[in-house]
Design a binder for this molecule. Structure first.
Ligand SMILES: *Cc1c(COP(=O)(O)O)cnc(C)c1O
Length: 326
């Protein structure tokens, strides 16, 4: 079973940071007087929308792939994703000279499929309504001797994702709160490991879409709660459950899980574009939306916000911020 795998620790995050040096961008930490005034706090934005391939997921994928043995490198990597993890694995694999096969749903956004193919990965499509993607990936990996790197429930992925918060703490200094978008919990668990070591007083919050609050339910019940795929514009956080590795870390090290509505995400996207000139995808706005609206008292405090990604096609972005159906 997966449950007896050891949890990653802070040392794994610092080791990942060393592997990523010269490969991942050290993304900027931006400030905004307008945002500070709006929140009544000092906000520090970690801009992973400006990371390579447009999201923090490059960090975890590259860290995991760079730990492959020569035999694993030769046989290749397999994964499943309709979104940013697909592109992250494809780009990392290309840089490391590793063959990659990626299962994507037939109805995945064409742009994302093309980007994944553009990075040189083999894209294999499946029907998301009738086929089990995890089983298909396992079969494919077995047939070809490939290693599977899942999107969040993997120690090297979690450690890699934690390097974004590591950089934020290094640059911003001590923070009272940190707001982190939450899907399967790789980014949140990694961030919590960094905070635990570098800023033990910092309260780390996961933020998930209100339509799919499995993380919040899991924290309340003390066990991983599974839900149906939620309907939300936050397509990077439409996960159905936390992971066997991410949940215990989140439970141990996080202050709690908050939610944001689609309307709050749209307002945050609008604010980021208009005031900070930043293109942030709906999922990437979860942290800001909760900092502005979830009722955590922040007056005068130092608050970190992870902007996790910026991959949204412009027509959809325009439609969302001008009030269309998305
Ligand atoms: C994947 C993703 C998330 C959620 O990350 P998890 O590690 O699954 O919690 C958040 N934002 C963006 C932009 C993503 O691509």
């Amino acid at each position: 079973m997966q449950t007896d795998r050891p949890l990653p620790a802070f040392e794994d995050v610092t080791a990942a940071a060393a592997r990523l040096r010269g490969h991942a961008h050290r993304t900027p930490v931006l400030r905004s007087a307008t945002a500070d005034a709006r929140a009544g706090a000092k906000l520090f934005f970690k801009c992973e929308n400006l990371q390579r391939m447009g999201a923090f997921k490059f960090r975890g994928a590259f860290n995991a792939l760079s730990r492959f043995t020569p035999a694993q490198r030769a046989a290749g990597v397999a994964t499943f994703s309709s979104g940013n993890h697909a592109q992250a694995v494809a780009l990392s694999a290309r840089e490391l000279g590793i063959p990659a096969a990626i299962l994507m749903p037939l109805d995945a956004p064409r742009l994302k499929m093309e980007a994944t193919r553009g990075y040189g990965a083999e894209v294999i499509t499946y029907d998301r309504y009738t086929q089990d993607r995890e089983a298909l990936t396992r079969e494919l990996a077995q047939a070809r001797g490939m290693t599977v790197i899942p999107p969040y429930d993997h120690a090297d992925v979690i450690a890699g994702q934690g390097t974004a918060a590591l950089e934020l703490f290094e640059e911003a200094g001590p923070l009272d709160h940190l707001f982190v978008p939450l899907g399967g919990g790789g980014l949140l668990a990694g961030s919590a490991l960094a905070a635990r070591a570098l800023a033990p007083g910092c309260r780390v919050w996961g933020v998930e879409p209100e339509a799919g609050n499995d993380g919040q339910q899991s924290m309340a019940r003390g066990e991983i709660v599974h839900i149906d795929t939620p309907r939300t514009i936050a397509d990077g956080a439409q996960t159905q459950h936390l992971g066997q590795l991410t949940f215990p870390i989140i439970r141990r090290d996080c202050a709690g899980v908050l939610t944001a509505t689609d309307a709050q995400l749209v307002a945050a996207m609008h604010f980021m574009a208009e005031r900070m000139k930043l293109l942030v995808e709906p999922t990437g706005c979860l942290g800001l939306a909760a900092a502005l609206g979830a009722g955590v008292p922040l007056a005068g405090q130092r608050v970190g916000i992870v902007l996790s990604g910026g991959n949204v096609d412009l027509a959809r972005f325009a439609s969302l911020v001008t009030g269309g159906p998305g």
